[in-house]
Design a binder for this molecule. Structure first.
Ligand code: MN
Length: 732
């Protein structure tokens, strides 16, 4: 065992604490210092026996979180106190009551919001989803809960190295799934970028390392280019008497990787690896015109791409982001993104929510308030389950925005891809329920019409309209979704009531009791999950009650058995079986015991990093760890994940997909198929090639043994004349 020098550690703890005090000195009022000291002493005492996975004293963590809270997010003393205490109730004997006694109601409410729900969870939902939900619920009480949670997560991600691989995957996928988008939505760009990068580092270490290395390798060349690019602009800005700073920063590893995936291009093919940011000092009254002045200077030297102008100064994003973006043609024939903003805008972009308060800009506060107001509305919907809720919530987290107008010219912000029906629900739920269409820019359009920024929308309603099932297919906003689901459920309940009456009459005439036992048997007989579904189907005539006689006869012949326990139990058994038999699921070995399938969403093959996911009805599904749906599964259902790896495979073939692009020369398809089938003796399942003006884009599904086999094949394909790119794809 490693010996620990207690005195050295004590000194280090105090040093870190003093550092924290230094970072928040500017925001401290009288009395704050004592309260922070009390919080520090309380946390130190409560955590004194605990150590982090790395072996360090636990107290390092709350101190670091408090430091992030004040230094990187810009919050005040109450948040520093809460950050120091954030793990005390969850991990030690202290209670919320103790906290309230010592630090007051406000701090206690925040700590309560930061404490995870514990205890038994049922299988219909997910503990993680419930915890996310709880956290988001507190957003409407006190946004500081979320901000401290983000600081907590950021520090955990920065120190993820000492965790087990499995834990790393779970924490990293949660981060990418929920926390990074949340940071984005709250306008914390720096935090969001770091969270995304760190998540990628653990989820796809190979990718992360490669891109980081290539960025390092190209740094010099990039800097030379940036200097050359900004030189004439700098000169002119100085000449015009503007005070400014120009930064040329590479984009984050995560955003570069996203581009590579989305456009299936290689690192070398990405032209905008960096963005130029011009930050000016300008008084509030003339900042807008100053920014446009800079724009004019930039475009005097370089031609702008007319499709890439973004003006978030006239209409800031809902999270408060303000900036002017343009993409111009640089000296070497490459596009360069230029962001123009003032110091105030820059601080808001980096620090988000907290910086808004500093500047007290009314329009920004309104935009953020409006967003929080919308979240509150979604939260008020009592019926949605936690998983649905997280999904709906995420929809609104991710979406880009557009601006549309009411007939009176009032501006409304909606997520991109919103339809007229979303707009109707945005105005008022009752208008949504009664909506039959709309006039967009004075033209008649249907409910499903996709709106565009700048549209003017007038909703048409009818008293006869009622919500329909298929409405869910074309709404985007969480509000519209949750309201429609609620209305449909209400409707179903009404119809089911009629069904119940029909069944009662029928039972009466057959002289049977309508009790729970009988209903349960009926459910099994007709194979429907709930009594509500049964009544509904009866009312709609979807089950034939003539069968009821048959059921009665069957019933009198057969002794009542125990109603078979379904789903939740078997799921639990599966988890036990999969976990208990061995630590790791070995694919290809003793699989007769375990029912497993390779998932078709990512088509894993031997050699891929994989995990097993226990499904409710379909055994264990094997996914690649970089499968598009893996993140969602791992963050919401970590308890159903089993570690898995491949056994050395014999000659079994697995399905994989490859995408090819290139120049359509004569015979290119022939050459492709020859390489695949004769040279490499690989079986193809399908090949589809789209050719357009001499350029082709093709997808091939083929059977390979493992990743090495696939890599060899892809290398061979790259050599075929006319082929420009070869990439592996997920979808089948
Ligand atoms: Mn923590």
């Amino acid at each position: 065992m490693q010996s620990i020098d207690v005195d050295v550690e004590k000194k280090e703890i105090l040093k870190r604490y003093r550092n924290l005090l230094k970072s928040c000195r500017k925001v401290l009022n009288k009395g704050d210092k004592q309260l922070i000291r009390l919080a520090f002493d309380t946390a130190l005492e409560a955590h004194k026996e605990m150590r982090r996975k790395s072996g360090e004293p636990y107290i390092y963590h709350p101190i670091a979180v408090a430091q992030i809270v004040t230094e990187e997010i810009g919050l005040g003393p109450t948040s520093v106190v809460a950050a120091l205490l954030h793990d005390v109730v969850e991990d030690t004997d202290m209670t919320i009551g103790d906290i309230e006694r010592l630090f007051g109601k406000k701090v206690a409410v925040i700590i309560d919001g930061l404490t995870k729900i514990s205890g038994v969870f049922d299988h219909s939902s997910s503990l993680q989803a419930e915890n996310f939900r709880k956290m988001l619920l507190t957003l409407s009480d006190d946004v500081r809960v979320i901000l401290i949670k983000l600081a907590d997560r950021l520090h955990n991600m920065r120190t993820l190295d000492s965790m087990l691989r499995e834990k790393q995957m779970k924490i990293a996928s949660e981060t990418a799934y929920l926390y990074a988008p949340l940071a984005h939505r709250l306008g914390l760009y720096a935090v969001k970028t770091e969270l995304d990068d760190l998540a990628l580092k653990y989820m796809e270490p190979e990718v992360y390392r490669t891109i980081a290395y290539k960025l390092q390798q190209t740094k010099r060349e990039r800097n030379r280019f940036i200097n050359e690019f900004i030189e004439p602009i700098s000169k002119e800005l100085s000449k015009q008497g503007l005070k400014f700073e120009i930064k040329g920063r590479p984009k984050s590893i995560h955003s570069i990787w996203n581009k590579m995936k989305k456009q299936t291009v290689s690192f070398e093919e990405i032209y905008d690896l960096f963005a130029i940011r011009i930050i000016i000092e300008s008084p509030a009254e003339i900042e807008k015109s100053d920014c446009w002045k800079v724009y004019s200077i930039v475009t005097d030297f370089y031609l702008p791409n007319p499709d890439r102008l973004r003006d978030w100064i006239s209409t800031p994003k809902a999270n408060g982001y303000e900036s002017l973006h343009t993409t111009v043609m640089g000296p070497k024939g490459t596009w360069v993104e230029v962001q123009i903003r003032t110091q105030r805008m820059d601080e808001i972009a980096e620090k988000g929510y907290a910086a808004h308060w500093k500047y007290k800009e009314s329009t920004i506060e309104n935009a953020l308030d409006e967003w929080i107001h919308k979240i509150r509305e979604i939260l008020e919907n009592p019926e949605s389950n936690a998983l649905d809720f997280i999904d709906d919530f995420k929809l609104n987290l991710f979406s880009e925005e557009m601006f549309v107008f009411t007939p009176k010219g009032e501006l409304r912000t909606l997520p991109a891809n919103s339809t007229t029906l979303d707009f109707a629900f945005d105005i008022h739920s009752d208008i949504g329920y009664k909506c039959i269409g709309a006039k967009v820019n004075h033209k008649l359009v249907p409910l499903s019409y996709q709106l565009h920024s700048g549209d003017q929308v007038e909703i048409i309603t009818s008293g006869k309209q009622t919500p329909k099932d298929d409405w869910l297919n074309f709404v985007t906003t969480a509000k519209a979704k949750s309201r429609i689901k609620l209305a449909l459920k209400e409707e179903k309940r009404k119809i089911a009531e009629e069904g119940r009456e029909i069944l009662e009459k029928k039972f009466k005439s057959l002289k049977i009791n309508l009790n729970t036992a009988n209903i349960n048997e009926l459910l099994a007989f007709y194979r429907v999950p709930t009594s509500l579904d049964l009544y509904y189907k009866i009312a709609k005539g979807l089950v034939d009650l003539v069968d009821l006689k048959e059921f009665i006869i069957e019933k009198s012949n057969i002794k009542p058995k125990n109603t078979p326990k379904i789903e939740s139990n078997s799921l639990e058994d599966m988890v036990k079986l999969a976990r208990g038999s061995s630590e790791m699921l070995i694919i290809g070995e003793n699989m007769d015991k375990m029912d497993y399938k390779l998932s078709s969403c990512c088509n894993p093959i031997p050699g891929d990093d994989v995990f097993g996911f226990i499904t409710v009805n379909d055994g264990i599904k094997i996914h690649r760890t970089n499968c598009p749906s893996a993140m969602q599964l791992m963050s919401n259902f970590a308890y159903r994940i089993v570690k898995a790896k491949w056994t050395s495979q014999k000659e079994i073939a697995f399905l994989a997909g490859v995408r090819l692009t290139g120049i359509d020369e004569v015979g290119v398809v022939n050459n492709i198929t020859r390489v695949i089938s004769s040279q490499l003796k690989v079986n193809m399942r399908s090949i589809s090639i789209d050719s357009n003006d001499g350029v082709f884009d093709g997808t091939i599904m083929l059977f390979v043994h493992n990743t090495d086999h696939l890599t060899t094949l892809m290398k061979q394909l790259e050599k075929v004349n006319g082929i420009l790119t070869v990439h592996r794809i997920d979808v089948n």
